[in-house]
Each structure stands twice: as structure tokens, then as C-alpha cells.
Design a protein around this ligand. Sequence first.
Ligand code: FES
Length: 180
Amino acid sequence: MPDPAHVRVHTPNGRPSEAQPKWRRDFPIDTQQDNYVARRDFTKFMVLISASFVAGQGWIALKTLRGDGAAHGPKAIAGVDEIAVGQAAIFFYPGEHDSCLLVRAGEREFLAYSNKCSHLSCPVTPDVPSGCLRCPCHHGSFDLATGKPLAGPPRRPLAKILLDVREGTIYATGVEERTV
Ligand code: FES
């Protein structure tokens, strides 16, 4: 009995397989041809997966590079006289939906962070007397001076907003995404 893998089946219209319609070439009744199509499709699939993987890695690398103190252009966020020591204000930077917190921790000490918790993105609130920022969702907290996690589930610091104080105005000048 011949090996079924090597039995060549005649096409219904008698023409060579190259002259068959595409749908018949994609679903051949010839075992060898079917194996070839399966291998070809598998190779295409693997190439597609590899290309997606490379594109994903490139995107992550780009985002990491941009996030490392990335400058987004200065934006005036408050006047120095508008915030008393121990008070905080919300502003949006770099985008109009990127909510951040500006805290005046001392006479000349201004701190700003994204107020998106690094755990699951709940908004954090400042607790200046305790020197921390608190997340109400899962009782996480962050050091006010550094933005680093102190307690609860967060493992990464809050994104830090870089500031510049000039002529009585506080400017946001960049975002420093941090992993540790
Ligand atoms: S979202 Fe902030 S602790 Fe979970």
C-alpha cells in the first residue's frame, strides 16, 4: 500500500495545482500539497508573531527612553504665592488628562508627582503633616519627599514631575518615570 503522504490526488478539473483557484490551493486535497500549505501558514504565523514581538520591544524601549526625565516643554502651573506651606494643588501635565499634585513642603520646597497610584492608578492624596501621599484604594502610601512606596501593594514610585521656579511662577518641565 502506498504511503498516503506521497499519493498525488488528481485535481477535479484536471489542471495542475498552480492553475487552481486560490480557495482550492489553500485547501488542497493532495496530502503533500496540504502539508506544504500547513508549513507555509505556520511559517507566516511565526514571522508575524516575531515581528509583533520586535515591535512591542521597540515600543517599550522607546517609552522607557522617553519616560526617563522626558521633557514635555515647560508649563506654568501655579504662582509661588498661590500655595501656602503644607498645601497642595492639582494640575494637569503633560496632557490635559494627566492629573498631578503640587505640594509645598517648605518655604522653598516644592514637590510634584503624578497622582496616579503606581499600583492600580487610583488617585493619591497628600498627607503633608505625615510626610506621605496616601492611596485610599488599597491603603498604599508613598514618601512625600521621594515618591517612593512606603506601605501597601505599590512597588514602584510615583512618576515625578520636574519643576522649575522662575520669577514667582512654578513651571512643570518634564516627567520622570521611575521603576525603583
Ligand atoms: S491603587 Fe493604590 S494601593 Fe492599589
